[in-house]
Ligand binder design. Structure first.
Ligand SMILES: *[C@@H]1O[C@H](CO)[C@@H](O)[C@H](O)[C@H]1NC(C)=O
Ligand SMILES: *[C@@H]1O[C@H](CO)[C@@H](O)[C@H](O)[C@H]1NC(C)=O
Ligand SMILES: *[C@@H]1O[C@H](CO)[C@@H](O)[C@H](O)[C@H]1NC(C)=O
Ligand SMILES: *[C@@H]1O[C@H](CO)[C@@H](O)[C@H](O)[C@H]1NC(C)=O
Length: 380
């Protein structure tokens, strides 16, 4: 720094009010400038001040845009406008069970059951159909002294529809839901030979006495989430990530409430579950026996006229069409297994699950499904 330059002796550049910076057309001394330049007048602001103002403005704009994008993301909602449906398939009457394969392998959910084939299910009366009703039960005949006994698991049934589906409107008339200590019943959709690639749609599911209510859940591969998106539903959301690899495969669940499974709903005559599966999303309704929409009874169901859904899984952050494909209707009653072991301590049930299932056949007399019919509709 050479002497004689216009710098302060401490080497720092001069401050604003020390610089000779006279108003245009009014030359003056430093002294004059100090006393006559009003700091609030933009005419006298230096480049640095303007740059600061520019930076602040840019930050404000970025924040505003981010808030706007977040808000509009939160408000995004798919178009669930009316689709005209026509009946494509009915599961009902004495032939109800003919439309299902019977899964007989080792239980994929680590349950304490032996799923039996169709002839044995019929012979043990675990499947039973009349013109108006279809019953699916677990065995209650085998006791500790039977041969064989239930020391390696109790006989039960897992049905998988022969028809597979891609979208549609499904109506399940459920007259009785299974409940008992150790029971894990479910009514669901999946492609068992391509799980989780083709997804899983759980429509009715509960454990033990069913007092926790009905759980409606999607399980998928990665990239399917309900977290933070706008939903229109009466049920209460649990985890938002549908990815089976997250949260120990908890899926993205919605609780129907405490009167939606077990004695509470059975005592009221059961309910009708409706599932609309379309590219816009998957929605589920649970209609109390006395509140089934007239268009359902008339076989002209129109979800766009129904009350708010119990569960809404919009396509906002989940490409429904690519995550859910080729699903069968599955009906089963598992005993013990992952979900039961995880909830045993707070279930109020005595002893342990396998002890009850092996040795207390009478406990399982309430562990049965009773259905009216299933109807599947497709866009007309
Ligand atoms: C089979 O089960 C049905 C439904 O629970 C019942 O009504 C019927 O009496 C049973 N049949 C026999 C032979 O036990
Ligand atoms: C159950 O059956 C197995 C095989 O027949 C037998 O070894 C076992 O002792 C039986 N359990 C009871 C409690 O009788
Ligand atoms: C559809 O699902 C059925 C039953 O799981 C399976 O046998 C079939 O291979 C699947 N089809 C396709 C195209 O994935
Ligand atoms: C379950 O309870 C039975 C009977 O009390 C007992 O013998 C058995 O060891 C228990 N099993 C486990 C896994 O706790």
């Amino acid at each position: 720094m050479r002497q004689g330059e216009f710098v302060k002796s401490d080497g720092f550049p001069p401050q604003y009010d020390e610089v000779m910076f006279p108003p245009r057309g009014a030359p003056g001394s430093v002294r004059q400038a100090r006393t006559s330049i009003p700091w609030w007048n933009p005419r006298y602001w230096r480049k640095r001040v303007w740059a600061g103002i520019g930076v602040v403005l840019v930050i404000i704009i970025i924040i505003a845009v981010a808030v706007g994008v977040t808000q509009s993301k939160k408000n995004r909602y798919p178009d669930y406008s009316a689709i005209t449906y026509s009946l494509s398939e009915t599961y009902g009457g004495e032939n109800f069970f003919d439309k299902f394969n019977y899964f007989t392998g080792y239980d994929p959910a680590q349950g304490f059951v032996h799923y039996v084939p169709a002839p044995e299910a019929k012979q043990r009366n675990l499947t039973y159909a009349t013109p108006s009703t279809a019953v699916v039960k677990v065995d209650t005949a085998v006791g500790p002294d039977s041969e064989p006994n239930a020391s390696t698991g109790r006989f039960s049934v897992r049905l998988e529809s022969k028809t597979t589906y891609n979208r549609g409107l499904f109506l399940f008339d459920v007259k009785h839901t299974p409940y008992a200590c150790g029971a894990w019943p479910a009514l669901w959709l999946t492609d068992p030979s391509h799980w989780p690639d083709n997804g899983e749609i759980d429509i009715m599911e509960s454990v033990n006495q069913g007092t926790g209510g009905n759980q409606m859940t999607l399980h998928s591969t990665g990239g399917c989430s309900m977290g933070g998106v706008k939903r229109k539903m009466a049920g209460e959301a649990a985890d938002g990530n549908c990815d089976h690899a997250a949260n120990k495969n908890a899926g993205c669940g919605v609780s129907g409430g405490d009167k939606t499974f077990g004695t509470a709903v059975n005592g009221a005559g059961g309910s009708v579950m409706a599932v609309e599966w379309r590219d816009a999303g998957i929605r589920m309704w649970q209609f109390a026996r006395g509140a089934v929409p007239a268009d359902v009874a008339a076989k002209k169901p129109d979800p766009s006229t129904w009350p708010e859904a119990a569960a809404d899984f919009p396509s906002t952050e989940c490409d429904i069409g690519s995550h859910f494909r080729n699903n069968s209707i599955i009906v089963n009653i598992d005993l013990c297994g992952d979900l039961v072991y995880g909830s045993w301590k707070k279930s109020g049930c005595p002893s342990n699950c396998t002890d009850l299932v092996a040795n207390q056949p009478d406990l399982y007399k309430t562990a049965y499904w009773e259905f009216g019919s299933f109807e599947v509709y497709q866009p007309a």
